[in-house]
Ligand binder design. Structure first.
Ligand SMILES: [Zn+2]
Ligand SMILES: [Zn+2]
Length: 427
């Protein structure tokens, strides 16, 4: 707890307003935003990341304006998503054609030299094939039998947002969550970042699950898979047409012939990127609406608030990891420290005063905080949720269930905590 002794008062150097200074946090002015984002420039995002964020922000703002103007988002795809999908299918069609040509040459030239082009075409097709996503092997993966109560909660949220639950839950150390389909067919993987999960209330967790599962019910994961595999095929093509670096008559001639297909490929990659980003932003707003339906508008708004101040959690975990690494080889003490890590993280965040929370919120908004480059800025998503009447929760949790889920996560909590202390964290 913060006592008055830790607090002092000074005048803002810019506007003269009286500002309160808390011992372990930087001083800033709520009236004129002086020193609201004191981090050194090297901690700020690089140029490419900034450009991506600027674009994400433009799309995000345009969509928000449409919403504010009374427009509705329907879970059908917009024109750019449909174009991205068509482009992706065309790329896959080329791969199929290459395979067909390979088989054709092979049959016609069977037993002779005619087989050589067949083999070449098939090798090319193999390198271009859409690759399956697999379950991660470097983080713990839970199956239904490992965490029945957690899977039941996921199932309930899934029903509310109009889909079915997941087949596996991976737990990693990110301040994020995500969904993908993996393997053959429609097998589903939910990835939960434990540092995020641990700092959320039960109701905020339900909102988070609502958002993630909403991507399944809106068909985003299927869409993403088709587009992402095509993206990869295009990248492979681009690799084949890479210019040769050495300068001989032969390589220069080849490079001249490579230039056109290469430019076309780069153009296609860029186009796919743009089309995808626009559609992705739309699907995030839609998933946010399902987050509110599952956990309530209030919980979804609070969830974004947690994300806006998630830097605190990052700092705490980095400090914990550093304290662990300076003491050298692993000791029994490290394991004890790992066991209390999540409780310390939660306590640390509770101890952050409102004053500092507000500063972080403003700094995050200035930096255009978003969970990644495809998401609209977090504060725009929060604003979007506040448009329209708030909705009550469709799923609620109770203390008994929370305890059972906590117990199911005991082992992974320990595993992830030990890994953070052993391998370090962040940046
Ligand atoms: Zn000021
Ligand atoms: Zn999302």
């Amino acid at each position: 707890m913060h006592t008055a002794a830790e607090e002092s008062v000074q005048a803002c150097p810019d506007c003269g307003t009286e500002i309160r200074v808390h011992g372990r946090f930087s001083a800033w002015c709520a009236a004129c935003d002086w020193n609201v984002d004191p981090a050194p420039p090297e901690e700020r995002p690089g140029r490419l990341a900034r450009a991506q964020r600027a674009q994400a922000r433009r799309y995000g703002e345009r969509l928000l304006a449409e919403l504010t103007a009374g427009g509705t988002l329907r879970p059908r795809r917009d024109a750019s998503s449909v174009l991205a999908y068509a482009l992706a299918l065309a790329v896959h069609a080329v791969t199929v054609a290459v395979t067909g040509a390979g088989i054709g040459f092979l049959i016609r030239g069977w037993g002779g030299f005619g087989m050589v082009p067949g083999a070449l075409f098939l090798t090319l097709a193999w390198s271009l094939r859409p690759r399956l996503t697999r379950l991660p092997t470097d983080v713990p993966v839970l199956r239904r039998a490992d965490a029945p109560e957690l899977f039941t909660l996921v199932d309930q949220v899934a029903v509310v947002v109009g889909t079915r639950g997941v087949d596996a839950i991976a737990v990693d150390s990110s301040i994020n969550a995500s969904v993908v389909t993996y393997g053959i067919g429609d097998r589903r993987l939910l990835t939960l970042g434990l540092p995020l999960w641990e700092i959320l209330t039960p109701q905020q967790r339900i909102a988070l699950l609502g958002h993630e599962l909403g991507h399944y019910s809106n068909g985003d994961t299927r869409h993403r898979r088709v587009v992402a595999t095509a993206y990869r095929s295009l990248f492979t093509w681009e690799y084949f047409f890479h210019p040769y670096p050495d300068v001989t008559l032969l390589t220069v001639t080849i490079n001249v012939f490579y230039a056109l297909p290469r430019w076309i490929l780069l153009g296609l990659l860029l186009l796919l990127d743009r089309l995808t980003l626009r559609g992705a932003q739309r699907s995030e707003y839609l998933a946010d609406r399902l987050a509110a339906r599952a956990g309530s508008t209030e919980a979804a708004v609070e969830l974004f608030d947690r994300l806006l101040v998630s830097r605190s959690a990052e700092v705490t975990l980095m400090r914990e990891a550093n304290a662990s690494s300076v003491r050298g080889p692993r000791t029994r003490g490290d394991d004890d420290r790992a066991d209390g890590l999540w409780e310390r993280l939660a306590a640390d965040l509770r101890s952050v005063p409102d004053h500092e929370r507000e500063r972080q919120r403003r700094a995050s908004i200035r930096r255009g905080h978003s969970v990644d480059s495809t998401h609209p800025p977090t504060w725009l998503r929060q604003t979007a949720l506040r448009i329209g009447p708030p909705v009550p929760p469709a799923v609620v949790s109770d203390a008994g269930r929370e305890l059972r889920i906590g117990a199911e996560l005991t082992t992974v909590r320990r595993t992830v905590a030990r890994r953070i202390l052993r391998d370090g964290y962040g940046d």
